[in-house]
Design a protein around this ligand. Structure first.
Ligand code: PPE
Length: 304
């Protein structure tokens, strides 16, 4: 999806002009995929733009860095303030936010220990990743021929730049085959997640979502949607899913910051009832919660 420019990008403590937010071609992370990043959204609310679960995203950024053995030179609170300043500088009512911590210019070679860590935060307007009508129409899923990397190859719990090689291969394969998105299986065959979303499968009245151990990112939308679903009276369980659980599901939906909540209309051309009642109800509450329109969830908002 194309990027629309905004006035400023935060880089190492300063808001710099969009066009000046540049890095050297020998930046370490460009060569080795060693950075960590986040995807966050700010939504328009009656009280101005509010960033959704900002602290949780910045804690996860720090955790990703910890897994990588990287020291981010800014605290969670500093990164939260920087994010809010960046959002304010755009003047936008809502936007997508991309914080990234990366090994910068000055060192080459796989040893990251001497590398400096640079941090940037950019935002721009971005629509729902899988289409604005993804709840009603649903998306066509394909199980990827690419296996999700496991905990001892590339830790899926860390949102590292390099991990997205695997996601990108799967995404492009699915698109070229005429599908909208791919579902990734872990090396043991269990369902992990999608290329940029967590997955939920409803069967016989229980909604299941795979655990971190199955190779899923610990999704912040996944946690939010689980809470919303339970508040709506649904039973939600974190549990393993096999490929066949997908084909015979009563309902499937996927969620993530960029994608929000999207229903799934088929998996490998097996039709799934879509949109299901649970998906619709959950998506509706989620859309209100992020915009400050549901008093139960206003703790999730950080006003810019
Ligand atoms: N799994 C993966 C692999 C993933 O990339 C995301 C977010 C999620 C699950 C959902 O996590 P959360 O956003 O905390 O609910 N993907 C981000 C980047 C997407 C992209 O393609 O770029 C996002 O949604 O911002």
């Amino acid at each position: 999806m194309p990027i629309t420019t905004t006035p400023k990008i935060w880089m190492n403590g300063e808001l710099v002009d969009w066009d000046k937010a540049q890095i050297h071609v020998l930046t370490h992370t460009l060569h080795y995929g060693t950075g960590v990043f986040e995807g966050v959204r700010a939504y328009e609310t009656a009280d101005g733009p509010a960033v959704f679960r900002l602290r949780d995203h910045m804690v996860r950024l720090h955790n990703s860095a910890k897994i990588m053995g990287m020291e981010i030179p800014y605290s969670v609170d500093e990164l939260m303030d920087a994010t809010k300043a960046t959002v304010r500088s755009t003047g936008l009512p809502s936007c997508y936010i991309r914080p990234i911590a990366y090994y910068g210019y000055g060192e080459m070679g796989l040893n990251t220990l001497p590398c400096r860590v640079d941090v940037a935060i950019a935002c721009w307007p971005w629509g729902a990743y899988l289409g604005d009508d993804a709840v009603e129409k649903g998306v066509r899923m394909k199980i990827s021929s690419w296996t999700r990397h496991d905990h001892n190859t590339m830790p899926p719990a860390a949102k590292t730049v390099g991990n997205y090689v695997n996601s990108s291969l799967a995404k492009v394969e699915a698109l070229k085959a005429g599908y909208d998105e791919a579902i990734m299986l872990a090396p043991n065959g269990l369902v992990a997640e999608c290329t940029g979303e967590n997955i939920f499968v409803s069967r016989n009245g229980i909604i299941f979502t795979p655990p971190l151990a199955a190779g899923a990112l610990e999704g912040i939308t996944q946690a939010s949607v689980s809470k919303i679903a339970r508040d709506l009276g649904y039973e939600v369980q974190v549990g393993n899913l096999a490929r066949s659980d997908l084909y015979i599901a009563d309902e499937i939906f996927v969620c993530g910051t960029a994608a929000e909540v999207s229903s799934v209309n088929s998996v490998d051309d097996r039709k799934i009832p879509c949109p299901g009642p649970a998906t619709r109800a959950i998506a509706e509450v989620y859309a209100k919660a992020v915009r400050g329109q549901d008093a139960r969830y206003t703790d999730w908002l950080d006003y810019a």
